[in-house]
Write a protein that binds this ligand. Structure first.
Ligand SMILES: [Zn+2]
Length: 398
């Protein structure tokens, strides 16, 4: 940690640039205490690591994990100085005794109070959720920034994101979903947006890299977004990934393959209307091609034209699939009060634009034309090409 309480009770912060000789003198003449647990802490002035305070061995402190890395310490300091340089009132390691939490940085900006957590090592989901809820409950805006080394670009605009990475997804004031990260070694932010997963781990995304020296807080809270990558590329990535994963199928995928087989469906011969990107598809961890196939089996298959489909029935069926773990919802602690069924609604809206169904009223759709399941690979390829060509402008709007 970078702050400690002195004997007289004031908070001493290493964020002010002190010379080592002054700190050595101070260390001989002052005692320092942890602001959270009150135990004595040591001022560490090594050459390898950034100057910091550490609990002595044997003390147990609820707040601090002693393995706070150099990467984290430096990033926390850089982010604090970055806010300070912009004239933003910020406190490093501010301890809020009311909630017993200590965000890395607390700051006020445009009438809001933020709790910035720069998280570089994985923490359990319960802790992430508890801290986030506590902040919201006490009128902080939680602002989690992921340690940048965790973001793995596979190639081009394809990224591999873990469940932990997804915790950092936040909604901007203009309701965009962005995943902010910061690398303290490269001293730059990396913002992912327009995240469209095509498998549990892999996703296409728009990516922006911003040097901390040239970036203002506004740009991180509400980043300027670029256009998403095109649908054809996304669909190809998805197909490739499905074929790969079917070669060594997980139990969930095996269940899926066995369930669709009696419906005369298989992974290689699905109609082009299955496996489409919708705006909030990232709320569902199960790949779009799988949950959309379940919807097809449960709702659309064997429905003759003009049959009505009530979304309330669809929602019940969808929730049953969730209960059976056939469809897994992604854990996104910062997106409170989001109903994952909105993704299904978006899919229905897309199917309407594609002419498959017609909207009758708020919750009732009417079947227009069936999905056409291809019988051979060749037929599938032809149909896919025709579908992409005909609907490219509809599919580009996401
Ligand atoms: Zn302590």
């Amino acid at each position: 940690m970078l702050t400690a309480r002195t004997k007289s009770g004031t908070i001493f912060s290493l964020s002010n640039h002190y010379e080592k000789e002054n700190l050595l003198i101070l260390r001989n003449n002052e005692e320092f205490f942890c602001p959270v647990c009150g135990e004595a802490v040591s001022l560490k002035l090594g050459n390898q690591r950034i100057y910091h305070f550490a609990h002595r061995s044997g003390t147990f402190c609820s707040d601090f994990h002693e393995s706070e890395s150099l990467y984290h310490l430096e990033g926390k300091l850089q982010l604090f100085q970055w806010l300070h340089m912009q004239g933003i009132s910020a406190k490093l390691e501010y301890y809020d005794s009311l909630i017993g939490q200590r965000p890395d940085i607390m700051f006020h900006f445009r009438g809001n109070k933020y709790a910035l957590e720069y998280q570089c090592s994985p923490i359990p989901e319960e802790i992430f959720v508890k801290r986030t809820e506590n902040y919201i409950h006490h009128h902080y805006i939680p602002f989690w920034i992921l340690g940048g080394k965790h973001i793995k670009a596979k190639r081009g605009n394809v990224f591999s994101l873990s469940n932990f990475n997804y915790f950092f997804l936040r909604k901007t004031p203009s309701r965009q979903l962005v995943l902010p990260s910061y690398c303290s070694e490269e001293k730059r932010f990396h913002i992912l947006s327009k995240i469209h997963p095509f498998s549990i781990k892999n996703t296409t995304a728009s990516s922006r890299i911003l040097s901390i020296h040239k970036t203002k807080i506004e740009e991180i809270l509400e980043p300027t977004l670029f256009n998403p990558i095109n649908f054809t590329k996304w669909a190809n990535e998805m197909e490739k990934s499905m074929i790969n994963s079917s070669l060594h199928a997980s139990p969930e995928l095996n269940h899926f393959l066995h369930e669709i087989y009696p419906h005369n469906l298989n992974l290689y011969l699905l109609p082009p209307e299955i496996g489409l990107p919708v705006r909030h598809a990232l709320l569902i961890q199960t790949p779009p091609i799988i949950w959309q196939t379940y919807l097809y089996v449960d709702v659309f298959q064997n429905k003759s034209p003009n049959t009505h489909i009530d979304l309330r029935d669809v929602e019940r069926i969808f929730n049953d699939r969730i209960k059976m773990n056939n469809i897994i919802i992604r854990n996104l602690p910062q997106l409170t009060s989001v109903n994952p069924f909105m993704v299904v609604r978006e899919y229905f809206q897309l199917l309407e634009r594609l002419g498959i169904i017609i909207k009758r009223d708020e919750s009732v759709y009417q079947m227009q034309q069936g999905f056409m399941v291809p019988n051979s690979n060749r037929e599938k390829e032809e149909r896919k090409q025709a579908f992409f060509q005909k609907n490219s402008s509809i599919l580009a709007k996401r």
